[in-house]
Design a protein around this ligand. Structure first.
Ligand code: SAM
Length: 197
């Protein structure tokens, strides 16, 4: 266990050193508590990065298996290395592809969307069919580092303004989606939990 803790610390340091965005500590705590409370056994994650959140979800409960998708080769290879180091190869399935090109038949208790923020609606619509009845879709970074609550005129970069608009569209999409009941939480960088009715 001490060894696992050391490996996880090393993964987090790699993320800092290589500018890999990974979930914030209180976001991870929220996600793992959700997994324990709802007795989640299988998760689909969009956006593996280097495997940190997949690993933390598996460590939350012995019963959890994760399938996770990453399109960046370097990060995918690093994730393989990290998953092996923690001996979680049997419980974490890593897919190297653009999630928008992935078709899955399995059904999951939880779908965790943590990839390109401008594509959240597309990910939601593509994978909602893979959710079990009563299952949840959790999305991270809905505050986008505080940008979503700013006036547009305060945001200097045109690209960031466009991204913030997309995130606002997604929030609105969730609020008006009658097939799901969505709650928003001011945790980490802003998290939503959408439960399939
Ligand atoms: N969930 C990870 C964690 O907390 O450890 C962090 C994921 S990081 C915020 C987002 C990742 O999604 C990036 O590594 C990026 O390459 C990947 N990504 C973005 N768009 C994607 C897509 N369309 N298909 C697959 N991966 C994507």
């Amino acid at each position: 266990m001490v060894e696992n803790y050391t490996i996880i610390k090393k993964i987090k340091q790699y993320a800092i050193d290589n500018n890999v965005p990974i979930m914030m500590d209180d976001g991870i705590k929220f996600l793992t508590n959700f997994i324990i409370k709802k007795q989640v056994t299988n998760v689909l994650e969009i956006g593996t990065a280097i495997g940190y959140s997949s690993i933390m979800m598996c460590m939350a409960s012995q019963n959890v298996e994760v399938t996770t998708i990453e399109r960046d080769e370097k990060r995918y290879l690093e994730a393989i290395k990290n998953v092996k180091e923690l001996k979680l190869e049997d419980r974490i399935t890593l897919i190297y592809n653009d999630a928008l090109n992935v078709k899955l038949d399995d059904k999951y208790d939880l779908i965790f969307i943590d990839a390109a923020k401008a594509q959240n609606i597309k990910f939601f619509e593509l994978f909602e069919k893979n959710l079990k009845p009563g299952g949840a879709i959790i999305t991270d970074n809905l505050n986008f580092h505080g940008m979503v609550n700013k006036e547009e005129s305060e945001i200097k970069s045109r690209n960031v303004r466009a991204l913030v608009r997309k995130i606002k569209d997604y929030i609105n999409y969730l609020k008006t989606n009658t097939k799901f009941e969505t709650e928003f939480y001011e945790v980490g960088d802003g998290i939503s939990v959408s439960i399939k009715k």
